[in-house]
Ligand binder design. Structure first.
Ligand code: SF4
Length: 388
């Protein structure tokens, strides 16, 4: 979710990058200007607002009457509200309520602004939900995206928020354990990471603090990695990233054999995702430079892309064709896509009505990394061998 703290020089949301590649913040600053908030972040902001409202009611922070009027206003004003949007928010709210109920007499704070500037200059953030007991500090974070699951394990954004939350409340409590949970209702994913207060403070004092200092002054080593470079504004022009990908792509001495060994193919497959992404980033960046800034790249030129003809006014076209005596000019009525129908009807109702006639066809066999959560399937070759 985009929030004011995301515009700090060293934002928590980009911390996994600047903590590993410390010069990246200063180096990428000139490329950072054109970044805009996307629809996804606006949708995430809306989901956080609705979740907060519902949790305020559930934790007794607002009356039912106040909730009703604010909920009505939210539904009327939000461009993102739909039955399924609310169901996903409810899933998160239900999860938070269950987590709160698992503690004895906890204190709960919602959308708690926290300050971790003792460790990171200008370090501020917002903890979505803070649950506190005498010995445990638990923060829960909603991620509303439906792209990739975000793990709470060693998640530096959450750990910085945990430092700030600890700083805010440690005088009143005797925390020993810090828990951090990320719940992603649209990906049906939840993960929790736990460490002792001592470990968290050690990390803050001995790792974050010195690296934040390096990052502020643009010092340290460039350390390209899939995770660090993915959202770096300089990802297309960074030489360190290019060097790494080129070395990964050509690190073999093929002189001994005309054929790649299976082990070499494994290595190439492992690197291929990041190398493809890097090539796409360069193509996209070069197009923007050529189109918007007139930059010339030797051997390349800007041309108009291919496009398909379009009828500008379908009603007028239909009446002209009908008058001319053509009758079979309309497509039969089509059902909306499954996703759009589910959005229209709501996930629960949709399941009740149509579960019996929805099937999920077998997906095409796909080669993925071993750590992927999907179970391995037998290959045709293996089945033949087993049969033999
Ligand atoms: S692209 Fe990667 S290596 Fe280069 S500055 Fe950004 S994070 Fe560092």
């Amino acid at each position: 979710m985009a929030s004011p703290e995301d515009h700090a020089t060293l934002s928590a949301s980009s911390s996994s990058r600047w903590l590993s590649c410390t010069p990246s913040v200063v180096f990428s600053a000139p490329y950072d200007k054109e970044r805009k908030d996307t629809t996804f972040t606006a949708e995430g902001t809306a989901a956080h607002a609705l979740a907060e409202l519902k949790l305020q009611l559930d934790t007794g922070k607002i009356t039912k009457r106040k909730f009703n009027s604010q909920f009505k206003k939210f539904k009327a004003d939000s461009e993102f509200y739909s039955t399924s949007f609310e169901e996903f928010v409810d899933d998160y709210v239900g999860f938070v309520n269950e987590t709160i109920a698992s503690y004895e007499q906890p204190e709960v704070e919602l959308e708690q602004r926290v300050n971790f500037s003792d460790w990171v200059p200008e370090g501020f953030g917002t903890s979505d939900v803070v649950i506190m007991t005498d010995s445990v500090l638990h923060i829960v974070d909603l991620k509303f995206g439906k792209g990739v699951p975000v793990s709470a394990i060693e998640n530096t954004q959450l750990m910085l928020y945990a430092l700030g939350t600890y700083y805010e409340f440690n005088l009143a409590y005797d925390f020993e354990t810090v828990r951090m949970t990320i719940h992603q209702p649209r990906l049906y994913d939840t993960s929790t990471y736990e460490l002792s207060v001592k470990e968290l403070l050690d990390w803050g004092d001995n790792f974050v603090k010195p690296r934040a200092k390096l990052a502020m002054s643009g010092e340290g080593e460039f350390v390209p990695s899939e995770k660090a470079c993915r959202f770096c504004p300089a990802k297309a022009v960074c030489k360190a990233r290019a060097d790494k990908n080129l070395q990964d792509a050509i690190k073999y001495d093929f002189a001994d054999s005309n054929e790649l060994e299976p082990g070499q193919i494994s290595d190439i497959l492992t690197n291929s995702k990041e190398i493809k992404k890097w090539l796409e980033d360069i193509e996209e960046w070069a197009l923007i430079q050529a189109r918007d800034k007139g930059q010339h790249f030797d051997g390349w030129k800007l041309v108009e892309g291919r496009s398909n003809r379009k009828i500008t006014n379908a009603d007028v076209a239909a009446s002209i064709l009908t008058e001319a005596g053509y009758s079979d000019i309309f497509k039969p009525q089509e059902l909306l896509t499954l996703t759009n129908l589910e959005k229209l009807v709501g996930k629960k109702k949709f399941g009740e009505l149509l579960n019996d006639i929805i099937v999920k066809p077998e997906g095409k066999p796909t080669l993925v990394v071993e750590t992927d959560k999907r179970p391995e399937i037998s290959s045709i070759g293996q089945a033949v061998k087993d049969f033999e």
